[in-house]
Design a protein. Structure first.
Lengths: 306, 251, 456
């Protein structure tokens, strides 16, 4: 079989950027709260729709978007802020009440499912179940000329933004006071509050950042494929989970590497003509890694979650 | 009864136990003392199978047990308590002890579904034995109370009762008197002596020297994973190495 | 000859049982149909209850496994293929499905059950996905491998198997559910069940008490798989068509929700939870596009107000717990939620002039705001909270809610779009959830470290 390796690598690169970005939010929440937030994929979809609404205005409620009210670049910051707020709201409604009473984490998992169902259905009520898209020609998705591989400006943008956000998150967590507080809370909530860390605010910040990352990923996913549905999160939900497990639960570098790895597996298995079982490869890998090395590729000691 | 030959346990290059040698004779009460972090609990974990030594041998009654799984070691007759009480908090006091009798029951799921007489006979036998054990530790009156709601002293006693429910020949007690007052400690010492009288071999990790003096025939002293002394309680107390371990160098 | 006689006798016994059950069920089913639960719905409620029990088997042993949807798929496909391709009797095909699921569980369980908490959950999700993908592709792979000329058709890929004979009867389900209920009831007070409970509560202690943890975990896993397999067989023969996507990640998580919502403190919890999670969306069906959103909201409300599941409503301790006003608050919270749920959205559908319970909907906004305010004020006394309570946060939530309630009222004046209602509804939820103070309490569910394990 004839595979254009550089081209597939490029595809894997920008798709991997999106997966990593999405998975980073998962990883952040897991590392701070030890919680699998299954509503993360709904937040991902919310981000895309907030962006769409910001750019197109009210007409997306009734029909599809026919012309842009605002410049296209606005969608990404809008999506990030919108999804961040949604994410914080999810925390307040679905997790905070349970956290306050020390409910078992399984309950929090279920409440995250409830929140996801609520969000996806609200999106569906607002925007309809049909596919929404940006008007043709509004997104710069003609391949950049003069390159040996096919890549569109939007894909380049996605990759650049993804890498930029990952870098920013890394600095935030490792270098800033906020990051230190997050790591303290992740280590032990009680100790953190004794040390004068505002635990509640730290959680909210973590949720905001996670939501913003998911929103950015969702928006760029929507832009790159120019297609948005309320259910768009479902396709990445499980992938995000796989990514953070592969990389090591709660590890930021792991989530990044895992994202690119999964994207590469997908892209190449499709290129090899086995798209029917491409997911099987992914989950088989997941299964084997969990059994052989439960902490993931980059996971450290289980005690060290931050 | 129990012999440890050159037992070492390393955690990522850090030796928690180093070439530990120890002999516990049949029917004796042996104390194990040492400063905090000396490796006492690690040693008990190795004997009971929760942990396995990196090297060395642990022989119980002629059987090497250092690579056996914990439930098989228990079946051989080793039982233990925990330093930080670990009861089944959502079960009642009585149920805690009945779980301890697991290896002495034979009924399976099918028995309890379809062969009622067998199931009932076994249940009532286990229950009778369990109640007797609770009486022995003076906690019979709280048999049907959730274990999580018991007083601290009762929880300690229940844990010992549960350890005895497996009908062990060797009992490992990990700081059984932690948090108890002098009177309670003394009573507990009498319980240990009663086990001794029943022919059970006891290894007791303890900080309370009064209790050690009250019950132990022999004492081993562990410091930084190494066995630094052993002998009769009085002799060990005078040992300069032991005093140094507890009080530190004077440089 | 003898075998034939035995089979005849067994058949006769089952026939008798099912006749009796049918006689008893007929009036009940009629009643249920009158209040909107037709027989197919009832059947799926029962199937959900069985699924709830299947995951309870593993959760009760401290295993956070999400493999049950995968086992359900195995059971469904095997039993459907048995009846459709090989004309097997229904009972035998169910048995075949259960055995197949159990057999698959053995090699999966041995490596995977060493994992804890979230790791186990994700590994089992991975397993479920692999099952789904295998079912999806088994035809093409088998054709490639064995017989490239003549396509092998077993699962029919993504199209699924259709025109399945509808063999599942309500009486069968009730019978099986009673059997399983009995199993769990007996289990709870047996040596077997106690060993599992002990493992859930403290695995290490259990093993030093002589309990063979690996054996019991695998038993729980296999039994759960077999029950899920039977549920799969039943559901396959109740729907007439099965496709691989019926048994994906969503289903796995749904099954977990049955058990957790019903409550893990008692074996009846998963049964109640499974039934409720089919009944609630059915009951809300008249809300059309709002059904999904409201089902999600109900899920949230239950998990927040009844952390030990629906069964805790039946426990006297639930009503006494937490001090003088706590019970009243709890009730009020549930009451407000119910009023909102039953009235808010129907009003929109019925048109703004219609009223329910004599209340126009802005009364309800007012009520919500009032209750929210009362909660906010009462919660400011630390004594009533019994724990830490962050005043600024409750103030923010309360003010935010008030603001959006006002937005909802303005929306009323401006002939609002759907959005306002939904927004305000969501915020009422936020008020209820965010402002009610919580007292620390004991829950019947196992501590997080045990069931879900600690990530720390």
């Amino acid at each position: 079989m004839d595979i254009n390796v550089p081209q597939q690598l490029v595809n894997a690169l920008w798709l991997g950027g999106l997966y990593s970005l999405f998975a980073l939010g998962y990883a952040l929440i897991f590392s701070v709260l030890g919680l699998l937030n299954l509503s993360h994929s709904a937040v991902f979809a919310c981000g895309a729709f907030v962006g769409l609404y910001t750019a197109c205005g009210d007409e997306v409620f009734t029909t599809t978007c026919t012309e842009l009210d605002r410049p296209i670049w606005i969608v990404i910051p809008a999506a990030m802020i919108g999804a961040g707020i949604v994410s914080v709201a999810v925390d307040r409604v679905a997790f905070w009440p349970l956290r306050k009473r020390n409910a078992p984490r399984m309950n929090q998992l279920i409440s995250s499912i409830g929140a996801a169902a609520l969000l996806v259905n609200l999106l569906q009520i607002q925007f309809g179940a049909a596919q929404q898209r940006f008007p043709f020609g509004s997104i710069p998705n003609d391949p950049v000329s003069g390159l040996p591989v096919v890549i569109t400006p939007i894909q380049i943008t996605a990759l650049v933004i993804a890498l930029g956000l990952m870098f920013a998150l890394r600095i935030l967590v490792k270098r800033t006071r906020l990051g230190r507080e997050m790591r303290t809370v992740a280590f032990n909530e009680r100790v953190a509050s004794l040390l004068g860390v505002n635990v509640d605010r730290t959680y909210m910040t973590a949720f905001f950042i996670a939501g913003a990352l998911a929103g950015a990923a969702g928006m760029m996913y929507g832009l790159a494929f120019n297609s948005m549905t309320p259910f768009m999160g479902e396709s990445v939900s499980l992938k995000g989970l796989t990514v953070i497990v592969l990389g090591g639960l709660g590890s930021i570098e792991g989530a990044v590497i895992g994202g690119f790895l999964i994207a590469a597996i997908e892209v190449f298995s499709v290129a090899l003509g086995r798209s029917d079982i491409r997911d099987a490869f992914v989950f088989l890998l997941l299964f084997v890694i969990l059994v052989v090395r439960p902490r993931g590729l980059l996971g450290q000691g289980v005690e060290d979650r931050a | 009864m129990l012999e440890l030959h050159h037992v070492s346990r390393e955690f990522g290059g850090l030796a928690a136990l180093c070439q530990v040698k120890m002999v516990v004779p049949q029917g004796k009460v042996v104390g194990l003392i040492g400063p905090n972090g000396a490796g006492k609990t690690t040693l008990l974990n190795c004997i009971s199978g929760l942990d396995s030594p990196t090297s060395g041998e642990i022989i119980f009654d002629g059987t090497p047990i250092h690579s056996r799984s914990p439930h098989r070691i228990t079946a051989l007759g080793v039982s233990r308590t925990y330093q930080n009480i670990r009861l089944f908090k959502e079960m009642t006091t009585l149920e805690n002890v009945i779980v301890g009798q697991h290896i002495h029951g034979r009924s399976t799921l099918l028995h309890s579904m379809f062969v009622w007489p067998y199931h009932w006979r076994e249940e009532s036998r286990l229950k009778k034995d369990a109640l007797a054990l609770l009486e022995r530790f003076n906690i019979g009156s709280v048999a049907h109370v959730h274990a999580g709601t018991l007083s601290y002293g009762d929880q300690r006693r229940l844990e010992m009762a549960r350890a005895l429910a497996t009908r062990p020949r060797l009992v490992l007690l990990d700081e059984p008197t932690a948090g108890m007052n002098a009177v309670e400690t003394h009573q507990l010492g009498e319980q240990i002596l009663r086990m001794h009288a029943d022919g059970i071999t006891v290894v007791v990790v303890e900080h309370d020297m009064a209790l050690i003096g009250q019950v132990c025939d022999e004492v081993y002293v562990l410091n930084f994973g190494e066995m630094i002394a052993n002998g009769a309680p009085q002799a060990v107390k005078q040992d300069p190495k032991v005093i140094e371990a507890y009080l530190g160098h004077e440089d | 000859m003898r075998v034939a006689i035995v089979i005849d006798i067994i058949n006769a016994i089952f026939e008798f049982i099912f006749n009796v059950l049918n006689g008893a069920l007929d009036p009940i089913l009629t009643q249920l149909a009158e209040i909107g639960f037709r027989e197919p719905v009832v059947q799926f409620m029962l199937i959900n209850a069985i699924l709830g029990l299947s995951i309870y088997m593993t959760l009760n042993c401290g295993l956070f496994s999400l493999a049950n949807a995968g086992f359900m798929a195995v059971g469904a496909y095997v039993s459907v293929i048995l009846t459709q391709k090989y004309d097997a009797e229904f009972g035998l095909s169910l048995l075949g499905g259960a055995l197949a699921a159990g057999l698959v569980a053995i090699p999966i369980g041995l490596p995977v059950l060493r994992l804890r908490s979230v790791y186990l959950a994700i590994a089992t999700i991975g397993f479920g996905e692999i099952v789904r993908i295998v079912v999806l592709n088994v035809d093409t792979i088998a054709t490639d491998l064995f017989n490239p000329d003549e396509p092998i058709e077993l699962t029919f890929g993504a199209r699924g198997i259709s025109r399945i004979p509808k063999l599942t009867e309500t009486a069968h389900l009730v019978f099986f559910l009673i059997l399983m209920g009995y199993l769990l009831y007996r289990m709870q007070r047996s040596r077997f069940g106690r060993a599992m409970t002990a493992i859930r509560q403290d695995e290490k202690v259990a093993t030093t008490l002589g309990i063979n943890v690996v054996y019991y975990k695998n038993m729980a896993f296999i039994l759960g798989a077999m029950i899920a397999g039977v549920a799969g067989g039943f559901s396959g023969h109740a729907t007439r068509i099965i496709t691989p996507k019926d048994y994906g990640f969503d289903k796995a998580v749904d099954i977990l929700a049955y058990a957790v919502l019903g409550g893990l403190g008692h074996w009846s919890g998963p049964i109640i939870g499974g039934m409720a999670l089919k009944a609630i969306p059915e009951r809300l069906r008249y809300l059309n596009e709002y059904t999904g959103a409201l089902t999600g909201a109900v899920l949230l409300l239950i998990i927040i107000y009844l952390p030990s599941g629906l069964v805790s409503l039946g426990q006297p301790s639930f009503w006494r717990r937490g001090g003088r006003f706590e019970g009243a608050r709890r009730l009020a919270g549930i009451g407000v939620a119910l009023i909102v749920l039953t009235n808010m959205l129907p009003l929109r559908n019925l048109g703004s002039d219609e009223v329910l319970l004599g209340l126009e909907y802005w009364h309800l906004w007012g009520l919500g705001a009032g209750v929210g305010l009362i909660y906010w004020i009462t919660s400011r006394q630390p004594a009533s909270t019994g724990g830490r309570f962050s005043l600024p946060m409750s103030a923010v939530t309360g003010l935010l809610a008030l603001g959006l309630i006002i937005a909802g009222l303005i929306g009323r004046i401006d002939q609002p779009g759907d959005g306002y209602y939904v927004l305000v509804f969501g915020l009422l939820l936020a008020t209820a959830a965010g402002v009610i103070p919580y007292a620390p309490q004991h829950t019947e569910t196992p501590p997080a470290e045990q069931v879900e394990g600690s990530h720390a």
